[in-house]
Design a protein around this ligand. Structure first.
Ligand code: NAD
Ligand code: MG
Length: 400
């Protein structure tokens, strides 16, 4: 019988959090929930705590933490708050597995702490890896942690690589190919997008996700972040990472070998498949996802991405080439701009404009510590606010 794993879930109230708990609840003999963390929705958290009975629950927001503590009095769940609370969840001694599903740079410090603590990290929070880069990978090595990708493309690549390969073997693997749906604006000219609303941008044709990643999918910044994520996860040089548009989101990514073989991973677009894969790896468990009905699928099509239509993808390539803090600055600027767009304080096209201008203003430095990362994050957020004409106090940073 397989030993039971204890899970700490960062970002419990979000879309990935819900999919994770759905899979976990299907296998109570295999998984126990040790700790949960979220930002400020204490009512949703109270419901989850009553159901999964974790030993620890963290709310990043201190007021929400007080409300949660009151709601859970006498239940046996200890409630903690703030940055320290997130780190306490990520490093809980009783938990062997940490599922990192906070959105944005707000997840970096806790995910880094999980790496230092040698946890088995199931990574959805791609911004943490994009922003932490070398620092994050060094922490994984130093802490003896295991990093398993949840992001569907990276999980697909991981499944298509030879088993037990930590890094890509250039003698065997020629290219990794990330698929991208192209989002809701795949066929619209860039200039025609000036007045699209947040709801239009969030109406993803295939996936149901949180609002930030939905906007990132529309701009294709999401794919840009994923190129950088693939670089770090698989040790792949930029030249060995390609992006192909595949509107049906059935082929989740591919690996091309030197002999001409191309392996693909296919499944319905439901995050419970990659989550179940990473939870059980190297075993397999049932995920609740319906079988792929091959014969009734729409035709599967593939096309090259148009970088003029999707300038954010080109910016991510530029940031990866620039190295150091460039990707961190790009991701931070994107968070500010997407936040402003979702709040009705910036237009859709301002997202690419703010990212471009912030990257242009960034002095690229090496990120050697969490303090370096926090400083670069704050500087990029200030720059992005200035470009967007927003007060610099408006946009939360990693340490907010
Ligand atoms: P979401 O907005 O639905 O959920 C975000 C979660 O993060 C919530 O639980 C929220 O409380 C928590 N959070 C936000 N700020 C926080 C803070 N400062 N402190 C503590 N918790 C905080 O987002 P999501 O769609 O679940 O995405 C989560 C992450 O997973 C993102 O990095 C996203 O890119 C990645 N991801 C998501 C999907 C998907 O299908 N949703 C797919 C691939 C990757
Ligand atoms: Mg993805």
């Amino acid at each position: 019988m397989t030993a039971q794993r204890t899970l700490a879930l960062l970002g419990a109230t979000g879309s990935i959090g819900a999919s994770t708990l759905d899979v976990v609840a299907r296998h109570p003999e295999r998984y126990r929930v040790g700790a949960l963390a979220a930002r400020r929705n204490w009512q949703a958290m109270a419901t989850l705590c009553r159901r999964f009975r974790p030993q620890l629950a963290a709310m990043h927001d201190a007021v929400a933490a007080r409300e949660l503590a009151r709601a859970l009095a006498g239940t046996g769940t200890e409630v903690v708050a703030g940055d320290e609370g997130l780190v306490a969840v990520a490093t809980l001694t009783a938990a062997d597995t940490v599922l990192a599903a906070i959105v944005g740079g707000a997840g970096l410090a806790s995910t880094l702490a999980a790496a230092h603590a040698g946890k088995r990290i199931l990574l959805a929070n791609k911004e943490a890896l994009v922003m932490g880069g070398e620092l994050f990978m060094d922490a994984v090595r130093a802490g003896g942690a295991t990093l398993l990708p949840i992001d569907s493309e990276h999980n697909a690549i991981f499944q298509c690589l030879p088993p037990h390969t930590a890094a890509l073997d250039a003698r065997a693997v020629q290219r990794i190919i990330l698929t991208a749906s192209g989002g809701p604006f795949r066929e619209r000219a860039h200039a025609s997008l000036a007045h699209v609303t947040p709801d239009e941008a969030c109406a993803h044709p295939n996936w149901s996700m949180g609002r930030k990643i939905s906007v990132d999918s529309a701009t294709m910044m999401n794919k840009g972040l994923e190129v950088i994520e693939a670089h770090w996860l698989f040790g792949a040089p930029r030249a060995a990472i390609d992006v192909v548009i595949h509107p049906q989101s059935v082929v989740h990514s591919l690996v091309e070998y030197v002999d001409g073989s191309v392996l693909a991973q296919m499944s319905n677009p439901d995050m419970r498949t990659p989550i179940a894969h990473a939870l059980a790896y190297p075993e397999r468990i049932e995920s609740g996802v319906s079988p792929l009905a091959l014969a009734s699928l729409a035709p599967l099509t593939f096309a090259a991405p148009d970088l003029a239509r999707f300038p954010c993808l080109a910016l991510a390539y530029a940031a990866l080439d620039a190295g150091g803090s460039a990707a961190l600055a790009l991701s931070a600027a994107n968070e500010v701009a997407v936040g402003a767009f979702l709040a009705g304080r910036a237009g859709y096209l301002d997202i690419a404009r703010a990212c471009d201008a912030t990257l242009g203003r960034t002095t690229v430095t090496r990120v050697r510590s969490l303090d370096d990362a926090l400083a670069a994050d704050a500087a990029a957020r200030r720059d992005a606010c200035a470009v967007l004409g927003l007060p610099p106090t408006q946009m939360e940073g990693m340490a907010a």
